[in-house]
Design a protein around this ligand. Structure first.
Ligand code: ATP
Length: 200
């Protein structure tokens, strides 16, 4: 079974594209959801977060997400330290998940696929691209956040120009080019590659 990554900047439309693959029967691992789950369930991760950021990160064993976010999203070093704890836990969890899938290929969706080192264990990576102003508008509309906050979150990610060059394919999600034919074409190519020996 092929292990495929799906990445792109905030608001590029990764989840939108991921849902299309899911409707085609492809299993999807959402790294963001997994990280949130692990922060509440993985005892080693919970205790490491508490040691680094204080007991107040958890209330009755449940992560106080807004408290933790208020600490890390205003301090690049603290965000990097949190990522250093969360990413290895998520990568290990995703690897275990991949082993349980029985489809021709399965997809791991993550905004920080390259930044976290998760791309190293994958056979192929699909990128999703959209113009930055459109991405900002989408996230503001989706989350009710303001432009400054969205730009701040964008600044913590690898730039699209670098990220997309590292991908094997790029899906254009600029609301001009139709998404579905691009996804269907990738599905066809990946299904074919999963059943053929890899060309050197
Ligand atoms: P994040 O990194 O923040 O999780 P994402 O890359 O997963 O974002 P989505 O959540 O898929 O992006 O898309 C962001 C918002 O833009 C959503 O509200 C989604 O419905 C909308 N959106 C994405 N693609 C399109 C499109 N082609 N046409 C209209 N709306 C879209």
């Amino acid at each position: 079974m092929l292990r495929v990554g799906l990445t792109g900047g905030i608001g590029s439309g990764k989840t939108t594209v991921a849902r299309m693959f899911e409707t085609l029967g492809i299993p999807l691992y959402y790294a963001d959801d997994a990280a949130k789950r692990l922060l509440n369930t993985d005892p080693a991760l919970k205790s490491a977060v508490q040691q680094l950021f204080g007991e107040a990160c958890y209330t009755n064993g449940v992560l106080n997400r807004s408290y933790l976010a208020s600490i890390v999203f205003n301090d690049a070093e603290k965000l990097a330290a949190l990522n250093q704890l969360v990413h290895p836990a998520t990568i290990a969890d995703a690897n275990a998940w991949f082993l349980n899938q029985e489809s021709t290929y399965a997809i791991r969706e993550a905004a920080l696929l390259f930044e976290s080192g998760a791309a190293e264990g994958l056979d192929y990576v699909i990128g999703v691209s959209a113009p930055a102003p459109l991405r900002i508008q989408r996230v503001m509309h989706r989350d009710g956040s303001n432009e400054v906050d969205v730009k701040k979150r964008m600044a913590t990610q690898l730039q699209d120009t670098i990220k997309l060059k590292l991908c094997d394919w790029v899906v254009t999600n600029d609301e001009r080019e139709a998404l579905l034919p691009q996804v269907l074409s990738l599905h066809e190519q990946l299904t074919l590659r999963a059943t053929q020996p890899r060309l050197q």
